[in-house]
Design a protein around this ligand. Structure first.
Ligand code: ZN
Length: 466
């Protein structure tokens, strides 16, 4: 049985595997300034160099794609499976780490700590050990598996853009850069700007300023507006009868009143998990006795298109959904208005059934009806590999074998490393219910999960490269 041989090999090489994770984690591979031959700066180039030594040291044929990507091939046979992981990491705030310094990995209580242990150097090494186990156990593969290690996943995947200009996509790809079991659907995304210009001063009583949001992919938690021509009693009465759940405070500033709203931040792909301070504040403003000037009318119209509890684009007429990927989600993340100009931006995650006809155009028409201008951005299409495909079925079987847990393929609103690929899915390594603090402080990987992942990947390679 291959499985027993490979499992034993991986168990016996656990310490070596952890040493290799540490070696990679010690390289600060946060993206830096581009230099000649170093498209993502010195750190990412250094980690590619270190990885190249590691991969070739285990007898794999490596290719360095100009410090964008390093690859290791199992053999010279026909291309079948690509495993896609990355060696760059997100920035750190060292003073917030409590267990160890971010680039000084340590092992404690069955976990290995350090930046990149979970995202994504640990999973990259698990994939390497899967290939190593097969090779050193003398098992031949009729088709090739290639490990592809990129250096720019965290800042826009410029690494893959470069690589796939030179190489074709394999018949199957998985990336251990997310969670188990298998993510086979990633929604599409539409993030669009809209705006308005006003030639005359607002007629009082009016909103004279509104500011909210810095990142469109977050449910905004802080917003403020300035109103003129109303008494503090009127404003406070509106706040007292507000039911949005946001916390409002009003204060006098010169001849105006500033209203501050506090909501709850959340990821834009799950807007119902937060409390949108922007929409709550617009709703509150809508209850004030304001004049019917263009500025007030426009703010009211925006509130009507993005009601506070309308997480699924109903008011915009795009509340579509399908069985495999769920509902469209809508997050109004940014709005800035200062008397004569207004500019906002939303972020919508679009199910597989969505396209430019039934989403983008519908929203554009609604904007036009309400006198809002908009940019020409189109939908980034969804990513979908059918659940009954050979790839998903095989990976799911491997996962179930080793965990004993029945797995269901997952649809997410965010995007993974394989979003642009036609035949790629995300597979590992975060386990359900465990938060590895990816992108956070004290990032860690559970050693048992790392070892199990290597075994799962070895099993997957054997099944898929037959
Ligand atoms: Zn990652």
């Amino acid at each position: 049985m291959y499985r027993e041989i490979l499992d034993r090999y991986i168990d016996e090489h656990k310490e070596e595997m952890l040493e290799d994770v540490k070696t990679l984690v010690r390289v600060d591979s946060v993206r830096g300034e581009a230099k000649e031959g170093m498209p993502f700066g010195e750190g990412p180039a250094k980690v590619i160099e270190v990885a190249e030594k590691m991969l070739s040291g285990y007898g794999f044929k490596t290719t360095n794609y100009d410090n964008y990507v390093i690859t290791a091939d199992f053999n010279d046979e026909e291309k079948q499976l690509d495993i896609l992981a990355h060696l760059d990491v997100v920035p750190v705030s060292p003073s917030d780490w409590t267990v160890t310094a971010p680039f000084e990995p340590v092992i404690l209580d069955g976990k290995i700590y350090g930046r990149g242990t979970a995202d994504d150097k640990g999973p990259a090494v698990a994939a390497l050990y899967a290939m190593r186990a097969i090779r050193e156990s003398g098992i031949q593969l009729p088709k090739n598996v290639r490990l592809i290690l990129g250096a720019d996943e965290e800042c826009g995947s410029g690494d893959l853009e470069y690589y796939y200009k030179k190489e074709a996509e394999a018949p199957m790809t998985f990336t251990p850069d997310a969670n188990f079991p298998v993510i086979n659907i990633e929604k599409g995304r539409l993030a669009k700007e809209f705006g308005a210009e006003f030639s005359e001063e607002p007629v009082l009583p009016a909103v004279t300023a509104f500011h909210c949001g810095t990142a469109v992919n977050i449910v905004p938690a802080n917003a403020f507006a300035v109103v003129k021509g109303l008494s503090m009693e009127t404003v406070n009465a509106a706040i007292a009868s507000d039911e949005s759940g946001a916390a409002f405070t009003a204060s006098a500033c010169e001849d105006a009143i500033k209203i501050v709203a506090k909501g709850v931040p959340f990821h834009a792909s799950m807007p119902d998990g937060g409390n949108n301070a922007l929409c709550s504040l617009l709703e509150l403003l809508g209850t004030l006795p304001l004049s019917d000037c263009p500025q007030n009318r426009t703010l009211k119209a925006i509130s009507g298109l993005f009601p506070r509890t309308d997480y699924y684009g109903e008011a915009l007429g795009v509340n579509i959904e399908d069985e495999v990927s769920g509902k469209l989600t809508m997050n109004l993340g940014i709005l800035n208005y200062e008397g004569s100009t207004l500019c906002g931006q939303f972020d919508s995650r679009v199910p597989v059934c969505g396209n430019n006809e039934n989403v983008t155009r519908v929203i554009e028409n609604k904007f036009a009806e309400n006198g809002l201008s908009y940019d020409s951005v189109l939908l980034t299409p969804p990513h979908y590999v059918p659940a009954d495909s050979e790839l998903v079925q095989a990976l799911m079987a491997c996962y179930e074998n080793y965990t004993g847990i029945k797995g269901e393929p997952i649809a997410i609103g965010g995007g993974t490393y394989v979003h642009e690929l036609e035949r790629g899915v995300a597979f590992g390594c975060e386990m359900d219910g465990v938060d590895n603090h990816m992108h956070g402080n004290d990032e860690f990987m559970e050693i048992d999960v790392l070892v199990m992942s290597a075994k799962i990947f070895a099993d997957a390679i054997i099944r898929l490269c037959k």
